[in-house]
Structure formats: structure tokens, C-alpha cells
Design a binder for this molecule. Sequence first.
Ligand code: G3P
Length: 220
Amino acid sequence: MQFFIDTANLKQIEEAKDLGILDGVTTNPSLMAKEGITGQDRIYGHYKAICDLVDGPVSAEVISTDYEGMLREAHQLVDIAPNIVIKIPMIKEGIKAIHSLSQEGIPTNCTLVFSAGQAILAAKAGATFLSPFIGRIDDTNWDGIALIREIAEVYAIQGFDTLILAASIRNARHIVESAKAGADVVTCPLPSILGLLNHPLTDIGLAKFLSDHQKAESKA
Ligand code: G3P
């Protein structure tokens, strides 16, 4: 399973990269706004800075909601760096755009996916990645992980190549459950990635090893 970080914060991207486990980055307009990045020049410059930091795929989302606008943005975005992936919303015009970009060999990430039916449509259109939003489904009292499992089952039966990218991850448990459910990629905020490190018995065990070592050394 690949690990992407879901942020536009360069320091957090560097911290995840330093762990040696980072395969890529996803962003969205809300995450760019959170970093205070506004205006096309600054936004594109920020994508370039992210692409310079990581070798793997970097998802950059279009703002247009019409087919022509999405294609125009996609062609501008792919010129930023060779590892840019065009993130496109799951709407009718988006499916048309994903199909055209797939014919051109431009990688896409179909975002805002909340059902298996949407997942089938995106795969048929040739999406490279599919982003079901687990946390937001859980927020509505439905089961986000069950959706990952259902999509993985459908894709396996049908032999679709589209990679399932579990998004809207809110905690470390979501990462484990996504892995069990068949996600190919998880994109996570940094605290969820770091949350994987935590277990109280690790901390207690390490403290005991170190204190036993110190006691033995002081007696020697
Ligand atoms: O990758 C999509 C993700 O950024 C959405 O996460 O926490 O806003 O639902 P969230």
C-alpha cells in the first residue's frame, strides 16, 4: 500500500518525507486556502515547490466545473512538473474530462467519491486514482471503510486498473482498516501517519529497557 500525505503544508510534507515512507501528496482547494495560497501564479508556484520536494504523484485539483475549463487547467497543471496528477471532481463534466485526459495519457485522480456506482463510472472513464472520502461518510453515520471494501471487490471482479486512494482519513485506525479493505493508497494528514507509531506498551517497554541498561551499567 502506498502512503500519500494529504496537505499543502511544505513543512509537514518534509517531515513525512524524512520518515522515508512517503510515496506522494494530495492537495485540494481547501488545503491550499488553509496555507493562505491564493491566485493562480502563487498556487501553481506552490505546486511546483511540492513537486520539487517529492518524486511521487502530486494531485493538483482543477477549479473549473465545465469540461473545457477542466481540460484547459489540466494542460496548464501538467506543465508544472512531470509528477502532477490532475484531480477532478466526480461530476458529469468531470467524467468526460477524465476520459479525454486518459486518452492523452495524463494521470487523473477522481475526487469526492461516495458510492460504488461513482467508482465504476470513474474506472470506466480511465481514472488513474479514485478518492473515496472515508471520514466524511463516517460523519454521516454511514460506513466509509465498507465503501472501500465494496469498491475493492468490484474492481477485482471487473479487473479495473484504477487505484483506490482512501481519502478523508481522520486517524491511524482508518489507515489500518483501509489496508484491510483493499485500498491501494491512503492519503493522510500528518497526525494520522504519526498516530501509527503510538502504543503505550512500546513506551513502557522502551523505558524499562533503558532503565535496566542504566542500572546494570551503574553496578558494573
Ligand atoms: O483528500 C480529501 C481530504 O482532504 C478530505 O479530508 O478531512 O476534509 O474530509 P476531510
